[in-house]
Design a protein around this ligand. Structure first.
Ligand SMILES: OC[C@H]1O[C@H](O[C@H]2O[C@H](CO)[C@@H](O)[C@H](O)[C@H]2O)[C@H](O)[C@@H](O)[C@@H]1O
Length: 577
């Protein structure tokens, strides 16, 4: 029977048929600077204590002089006699002042050249003055989030964990002072609404440079993010820009990188073959980080989470699951936990995720489209064929006709190398917003019968709340769970419904968009900021939970508000507060 992608330009690979309990898979080495900064992070925790402690701050510091010099000075600091060997707050402060630049100083503010306070043709459908003025304020936030890598990083990269990128960047904001992969898609959607085409293209060129160097887009542009990617949306970014600008050159330049990225997601540990109940093989993808130690940016947290695991190999397995969850973008959520109350049961590599495969299906369609417009009909046909094959795989493995949703599929915990055989009970029946993400992809939202069914399922799912779509139904305290709503999730589901062509679906899409825009607006008026996530139960409240304090700025939230206002507009007589 057919196996997906068999005729594509794929590297030799080993299918991952099984998963056993002990850790397995590749590990990408980190840099000596990251390793040292992790030591510093641990010392800082012992010195300052847990309250308000953000471990990421320490791995974002850059050195004033050589690592060996800094490390010797660190080792000479007077230590207390407790078992942590803690350093006094004063000594640590002095050490930090003497040997480090401030976190974030290696990225410098730069005004985007294509920014104008009110672009021509900006959000023509927004007629309400109050909303229009706010939209212009959100638009102006691109200036706050725009940075370029300082010349110091280019001169002496070994002193920085920040990775040099060729063009200026838009960052998410607050503690996220570097470029993030999937955030960039919604940043670009907002930039396009803001008519900032050059900044949008620079964003894509930066990500392409990462594929050229590493073979995939990193989670973020830091030395400690090289061991994993994030939800793959580079092809979607290129297509959106192409549709607005018809820039054939961009399409041509992007294609080799997109095909290389496609190979990354369809080979090695990311690729899994599973046989359906008709004995037909299907190839799908999963998240699988190339790392089995604590995440450097959250090392102190991860060590604490792992402290109750005594077996060394089981610990490594847990750390790989943690990093793989970060690769999913949904860090963290009960979606990936065998036991929702026990974080050590995180098992992301055992899950075939619906949304990841929807994104890769999107990638296949995008590559087919870009290859076609650039005249490469052979590649275009190969990727169209791959998309048809993946669609079938998604129908066989994920689709749950009774629920009217696509469910994540949990791989069996087999120690043997035989193929996974699909079993209905391995579909996860729990309701997550990700169960509706395939709607975003044209092959699915162009099917009116299917959209009608999925829409009904969404309406009765419990996810639709007063202020948007909840991430899940589990109030776990994890940030990718109830009652948090995230801008990218709202946008994908809204856009899928709106593009379906069904009148009722478009009207539901607009209804969700209005709720989401309102809560963003009210929170902005209350706090003066755009937020990383929102509480979909309480209008005007931002979200919480998770391992760091709620962040503001915020790239993807700004992008989604602008994209939704561009799509649906805002009539003069509709109130917002
Ligand atoms: O520092 C903890 C984790 O932070 C990031 O994840 C969260 O922020 C990202 C940037 O907005 C976003 O892309 C992701 O979906 C969020 O969960 C980072 O991506 C993780 O790797 C990191 O461990």
């Amino acid at each position: 029977m057919s196996s997906a992608n068999s005729n594509l330009l794929l590297p030799p690979h080993h299918d991952s048929h099984s998963r056993c309990n002990s850790d397995s898979g590749p590990v990408i080495a980190t840099t000596p600077l990251v390793t040292f900064l992790q030591r510093l992070q641990e010392t800082a925790l012992n010195t300052y204590g847990k309250s308000n402690f953000d471990p990421k701050l320490y791995v974002d510091l850059s050195l004033k002089s050589k690592l060996s010099f800094t490390e010797s000075a660190f080792d000479r600091l007077p230590r207390g006699s407790d078992h942590h060997g803690s350093v006094s707050a004063e000594d640590l402060r002095e050490f930090l002042r003497e040997y480090f630049e401030g976190a974030g100083e290696d990225l410098v503010y730069v005004k985007p050249e294509d920014f104008v306070p009110e672009p021509e043709g900006f959000l023509p459908k927004v007629k309400n003055e109050q909303v229009r003025n706010w939209a212009l304020e959100v638009h102006s936030l691109w200036k706050n989030l725009s940075r370029k890598v300082s010349d110091e990083v280019l001169k002496n990269p070994a002193l920085h964990t920040l990775l040099p990128l060729p063009h200026h960047v838009i960052i998410p904001g607050s503690r996220f002072k570097e470029v993030y992969y999937w955030d960039s898609y919604w940043v670009i959607r907002g930039l396009l609404a803001s008519k900032m085409y050059d900044t949008a293209k620079s964003t894509v060129s930066n990500l392409i440079s990462l594929v050229e160097e590493h073979g995939y887009v990193l989670n973020g542009a830091r030395a400690y993010y090289t061991n994993r990617s994030q939800p793959p949306l580079l092809s979607a970014m290129v297509c959106e820009i192409y549709k607005r600008t018809e820039d054939l050159d961009l399409a041509r330049k992007s294609l080799p990188a997109l095909i290389k990225e496609y190979q990354f997601w369809n080979s090695g540990q990311h690729r899994v073959t599973i046989q359906d109940d008709q004995a037909c093989d299907h190839t799908l993808s999963r998240y699988y980080a190339m790392w089995n130690k604590p995440r450097p940016e959250s090392s102190t947290f991860d060590k604490e989470s792992a402290s109750k695991i005594s077996d060394a190999s089981e610990k490594q397995r847990f750390y790989r699951e943690v990093a793989s969850t970060a690769e999913s973008g949904w860090d963290f959520s009960t979606r990936w936990m065998k036991n929702p109350t026990d974080f050590t049961t995180l098992a992301t590599t055992s899950v075939l995720p619906v949304d990841l495969n929807a994104f890769i299906l999107g990638m296949e369609l995008d590559i087919a489209f870009l290859a076609k417009v650039t005249g490469d009909h052979c590649v275009s046909e190969q990727f169209s064929e791959a998309s048809r094959t993946r669609r079938k795989a998604m129908e066989s493995i994920f689709w749950n006709a009774e629920m009217g949703q696509w469910n994540d599929y949990w791989l069996s915990n087999s120690k043997h190398k035989e193929a996974q055989i699909w079993e209905a009970e391995n579909q996860n029946p729990k309701i997550f917003a990700s169960n509706f993400i395939p709607l975003w992809i044209e092959l699915f939202h162009s099917d009116a019968f299917l959209v009608d069914k999925v829409m009904g399922s969404l309406q009765s799912s419990g996810l639709l709340c007063d202020c948007g779509i909840a991430t899940s139904l589990a109030n776990s305290g994890r940030q990718w769970d109830f009652p948090n709503g995230w801008a990218p999730i709202q946008h994908m589901i809204i856009e899928g419904l709106a593009k379906s062509g069904l009148k009722e679906a478009r009207s539901l899409a607009e209804d969700i968009a209005v709720r989401w825009i309102k809560t963003n607006y009210i929170a902005y008026k209350r706090t003066g900021s755009m937020h990383e996530k929102y509480n979909v139960e309480k209008c005007g409240d931002f979200g919480g939970g998770g391992e760091y304090v709620p962040q503001t700025g915020f790239g993807w939230s700004n992008g989604v508000v602008l994209a939704l206002l561009e799509e649906f507009g805002w009539p003069e007589d509709r109130t917002i507060d």
